[in-house]
Design a protein around this ligand. Structure first.
Ligand code: THU
Length: 142
């Protein structure tokens, strides 16, 4: 966890660092994520695989669950980096389950999803871009 002023490149660097902790002996696909909270803190995560496969947790959800379990509820952006263990990073889009977790905690129009190939090469999307017609908490309120 870190508290400082953070830009997109810095968030990608933190995701790249977090990726080193990836536990991915089955896919050999290593992913790292770094989430920036509204208050300026960063929570990182990596993917954690399992011999039974389905308990696998993506890097994004690891980061979100770490943050939420520390009482964080407001998020500005997430940087995601991924690629095979021995290859270069490629743009790594979040899976559908992770997009749905973002839907629970993030502003639909403004939450930024930064897909990084390096700290200087990245694409930025909103949650709305990546999850059109999303179903979220507002659908259950009167
Ligand atoms: N994975 C992530 O951690 N995040 C993504 O955005 C895509 C996929 C992980 C899950 C699994 O450990 C490996 O990458 C291959 O799917």
């Amino acid at each position: 966890m870190e508290k400082t002023t953070i830009n997109e490149s810095k968030l990608i660097e933190l995701a790249i660092e977090a990726r080193q902790a990836s536990y991915s002996p089955y896919s050999n696909f290593m992913v790292g994520a770094a989430i920036l909270t509204e208050s300026g803190k960063v929570y990182t995560g990596c993917n954690i695989e399992n011999a039974a496969y389905t308990p696998t947790n993506c890097a994004e959800r690891t980061a979100f669950f770490k943050a939420v379990s520390e009482r964080e509820r407001k998020f500005k952006s997430i940087a995601i980096v991924g690629g095979s263990k021995d290859g270069l990073l490629d743009f790594c889009a979040p899976c559908g389950v992770c997009r749905q977790v973002m839907m629970e905690f993030c502003d639909y129009d403004n939450f930024k999803i930064i897909l990084g190939k390096s700290k200087d090469e990245y694409k930025v999307y909103t949650l709305k871009d990546l999850l059109p017609m999303g179903f979220g908490p507002e659908n259950l309120s009167d």
